[in-house]
Structures are given as structure tokens and as C-alpha cells.
Design a protein around this ligand. Structure first.
Ligand code: SDX
Length: 436
């Protein structure tokens, strides 16, 4: 963090009108986006906390990884626009960029992909771990459990004070998430687990583990593999979203990386966050036909109705989510390649058109987000709805790991321990039960 500024133009003056006392709060300047007011000394000087439920105006950390301009609909990974990466890069290269801050050279990329590839296999004992779950368990529940349990298998990469442990744990998480995700799927349909293959690249290997069987040769469709790789890029990181903040907070206590990633998976599962892609498909199936769109839009506007238009709106984007645009293009490509004519796509396009013309959605700046189209592509690729958020977790693991590593290395980092506005009952004495 930059040195504390003096009480000059690089500060805010905060006046307590109850006492007339003025306080100088340092301002730290961003290279892009809003500057921040440093309130770390506020409680010590004013005996007051800041209050910001949901952290709508709070910067929780300093980061150099991902930048979002919500008003312009801009998303940059280490300064590179997401649409350029989606078009010209691939997921392993994007992982390297997020982790190390620069695009890799040819040799760096080869070595990184090789290192990740040789961590894709799981400890064989973990196969038995799956048998503790019901076959109909939601795969996100399985992911939370299995990923959290990895610290019971990989003791040689849980010491967060050891840089080598941190590196090995980071690579293990990125490498093993597709394997665990595919195992969760195979377990749910009663098919045998498929081992990763070292001759396949990341996205192809994942599709191979998901959809091949021992009974016949499985050929990965290159268009589907490219779409999978692009979907992984689009979901890889997104600044301090709920699940990333969960990973950072868990990590701030010194918890092992597997436990932190498991906590991130749990947070991502929520329908307001990563669970929205599954909820979008369920919503489109409930709407069923274009003539019912107005009915559901009215429900979305009704404060007394808990229904939200899933896949719409965002805490940060008050413009089109740039990922949604790339996702919509991929949707058309994949469905055309697979010869899939999914009426849900037509329904989604019409819903988007009507919503974007609606005054309520325009006034509240509610645009499609990354989850609006992803479910339609994934359904066409053969993924069951219950696996949609699992795919989000597979992709976001590199972002969680990169942000966790940045937090561990941050000299300003300390255990995250927010305070509160207490409005409960004041001090009172215990009343014996006979006198109540
Ligand atoms: C992701 O944070 C990230 O970066 C997340 C993510 C990532 O990559 O990590 O981008 C991934 O989680 C995308 C978001 C997926 N979730 C959904 O699609 C669920 C539907 N969206 C809403 O639940 C909502 O928009 C949120 C949760 C995404 C954002 O919540 P906010 O910023 O807290 O917005 P809000 O609830 O305060 O809404 C502001 C207003 C409210 O009306 P008022 O109270 O001001 O009258 O807009 C309304 C809301 O009622 N509103 C919606 C709406 N989203 C917001 N009304 C109808 N339908 C919606 N989808």
C-alpha cells in the first residue's frame, strides 16, 4: 500500500458534527477506477465504525489482478480486455496471466501446461470418498466436500508460510478441479470415473473425463472444446466478488488453501452468485413461451414477489456484462455446430430484447450478466443443469487461487474481522427460570 498521505489534497476531511472535530483521512490513488479513503484509523480516532452492509462502497484490499469498469462494461485481466483474451488466448495461458501478471513466453507456457497436466490425477483413495455421498447429491455439495477434504490427502502443500507449498497447492487446485468435477458427474450417473489423459489439453481433458466411457473411443469435438476453453476464460476471475471475498477472508485466518477454495465453492453456489446459471435455465423452462414473458417481467418488478430475472443485474456492471456478449456469440456457434435448435435460446433472446426496452430495467441499469447465456451453451454441450455452477467453480478456481496468493503476499494483510452496528438489548442481569 502507498505511504500514508499528509492532510493535503490527498486526503478527505471528515467532520464530526456532534463535536465539531475534523479528521483527516488519507486517500490512496488507483491506477484505474475509484480512489479509496483509508479508514483504518477511523475507529481509534473517532470511536465509530463505518457501516456498509454488502460492501457496496468498500474496498476490502489492494489488488493488481482484475479490473472492472461497471459503467463502461469493461473487464480486464492484468490489463488485457476479456474479449481479446476470449478471442486470442486460451485458458492455460489466461491462468498463467492471472497468476503471474504477464502473458507467458512459448517456453513458460509449455512448462506451465506441463506442470498443471501432471497434477490432474487424484489420490486413488479419494475414489472411496465419493461413496459416502448419495448418488443424487447436488454436485456442488460433492465439490464442497471433496475439495475441502483434499487437505486430508495432500499434507505436503498445506503450509501457507512455505512458498513451495503455496505453489504446489495452487497448481493442484487448478489441475484437479476438472477431475473432481467430472468425478462428481460420473458418480451422479453411475458411470465409472475416467482418468485424465496427459496428451490432452485442459478443456479437452475435462470433456474427455466428463463424457467418455471405457466402452468406446470418445473424440472431443474441437468446436465444443474451443467453446469450453472460452467459457473457462470468461469465468476465471472477477475482482472481489462474493466467492473471491470468501476465499480471501478464509485465507486471512491462515486456513489451508484447500479449505479456502472449498469455502469459495460454497459461496459461489448461491443463486444470487454462481448458482444463477442453473437458475436461468430453470426460469426459462418455467416461462416456457414468449407470450408469458410480460407476466414474468411484471413479477420481476413486483417488490412483493421474490422472483428476480435470473441472469440479469449485477452489483458492479451498470452496463452490458462484456462476458455476456461473448457468451451469446458462442451460444450461436455451438448450437449451430451441434445442430441443436433449442427453443430456450429463442426465448432468451426475446426476453433480453423485451427487458432491455423496459423502463424498469433501463432505470435500474439491469443488463444480462455472464450467467444469462452460459446455461444454454452448457445444456447444448451435454452438461446437466446441476453441473452448471460446478463448471463456474472449475473456471473460477484460478481466480480464487491468484487472489489468495496475492492476499498471502500482501504486507498489509491481517485476519479479516469486521465489526457491527449493535442494536440488540443492552446489558441486563440473568433471571432464574423460576422468576421468568
Ligand atoms: C455473478 O459480483 C460478481 O462479480 C459476481 C459475478 C462473478 O463473475 O463473480 O459476476 C457472477 O454472480 C453474476 C450475477 C448472477 N446473479 C443473478 O443473475 C441473479 C439475479 N440478479 C440479482 O439477484 C442482482 O442483480 C444481483 C444479486 C446480481 C446484484 O445485486 P445488488 O447489486 O445487490 O442489486 P440489488 O439487489 O440492490 O438491486 C438493485 C435494484 C433493486 O431494486 P430496488 O430495491 O432498488 O427497488 O435492482 C433490482 C432490485 O430489486 N434488481 C432486480 C434484479 N436485480 C436487481 N430486479 C429484477 N430482476 C433482477 N435480476
Amino acid at each position: 500500500m502507498a505511504d500514508d498521505t499528509k492532510a493535503t489534497k490527498d486526503s478527505f476531511t471528515l467532520t464530526d458534527n456532534r463535536t465539531g472535530t475534523a479528521y483527516e483521512l488519507p486517500v490512496h490513488h488507483a491506477t484505474a477506477g475509484p480512489d479509496v479513503i483509508d479508514v483504518r484509523k477511523l475507529y481509534a480516532e473517532t470511536d465509530c465504525f463505518t457501516y456498509d452492509p454488502g460492501f457496496t462502497s468498500t474496498g476490502s484490499c489492494e489488488s493488481k489482478i482484475t479490473f472492472i469498469d461497471g459503467d463502461k462494461g469493461v473487464l480486464l485481466y492484468r490489463g488485457i480486455p476479456i474479449d481479446e483474451l476470449a478471442e486470442q488466448s486460451d485458458f492455460p495461458e489466461t491462468c498463467y496471466l492471472l497468476l503471474y501478471g504477464e502473458l507467458p513466453t512459448t517456453e513458460q507456457k509449455r512448462k506451465f501446461e506441463n506442470d498443471i497436466t501432471y497434477h490432474t490425477m487424484m489420490h486413488e483413495q479419494i475414489n472411496y470418498f465419493f461413496r459416502g455421498f448419495r448418488r443424487d447429491a447436488h454436485p456442488m455439495a460433492v465439490m464442497c466436500g471433496v475439495v475441502g477434504a483434499l487437505s486430508a490427502f495432500y499434507h505436503d502443500s498445506t503450509d501457507i508460510t512455505d512458498p513451495k507449498h503455496r505453489l504446489v497447492a495452487s497448481y493442484r487446485m487448478i489441475a484437479k478441479m476438472p477431475t473432481i468435477a467430472a468425478m462428481a458427474y460420473k458418480f451422479s450417473i453411475g458411470q465409472p470415473f475416467v482418468y485424465p489423459r496427459n496428451d490432452l489439453r485442459y478443456a479437452e481433458n475435462f470433456l474427455h473425463m466428463m463424457f467418455s466411457t471405457p466402452c468406446e473411443t470418445y473424440r472431443v469435438n474441437p468446436v465444443v472444446a474451443r467453446a469450453m476453453d472460452r467459457i473457462l476464460i470468461l469465468h476465471a476471475d472477477h475482482e472481489q466478488n462474493a466467492s473471491t471475498s470468501t476465499v480471501r477472508l478464509a485465507g486471512s485466518s491462515g486456513a489451508n488453501p484447500f479449505a479456502c477454495i472449498s469455502a469459495g465453492i460454497a459461496s459461489l453456489w448461491g443463486p444470487a452468485h454462481g448458482g444463477a446459471n442453473e437458475a436461468v435455465l430453470q426460469m426459462l423452462q418455467e416461462i416456457g413461451s414468449k407470450d408469458r414473458i410480460p407476466e414474468f417481467l411484471e413479477r420481476a418488478k413486483d417488490k412483493n414477489d421474490p422472483f428476480r430475472l435470473m441472469g440479469f443485474g449485477h452489483r458492479v456492471y451498470k452496463n452490458y456484462d462484456p462476458r455476456a456478449g461473448v457468451m451469446r456469440t458462442s451460444c450461436h456457434e455451438v448450437l449451430a455446430e451441434l445442430g441443436v435448435n433449442d427453443p430456450l435460446l429463442e426465448l432468451a433472446l426475446e426476453l433480453e430484447r423485451i427487458a432491455l426496452e423496459d423502463d424498469y430495467f433501463k432505470e435500474k441499469k439491469l443488463f444480462p450478466n455472464v450467467d444469462f447465456y452460459s446455461g444454454i451453451i452448457l445444456k447444448a454441450m451435454g452438461f446437466p443443469t446441476s453441473m452448471f455452477t460446478v463448471l463456474f467453480a472449475v473456471a473460477r478456481t484460478v481466480g480464487w487461487v491468484a487472489q489468495w496468493r496475492e492476499m498471502i503476499a500482501d504486507p498489509d494483510q491481517k485476519i479479516s474481522r469486521p465489526r457491527q452496528l449493535f442494536t440488540g438489548v443492552e446489558t441486563r442481569s440473568y433471571t432464574p427460570i423460576g422468576e421468568r
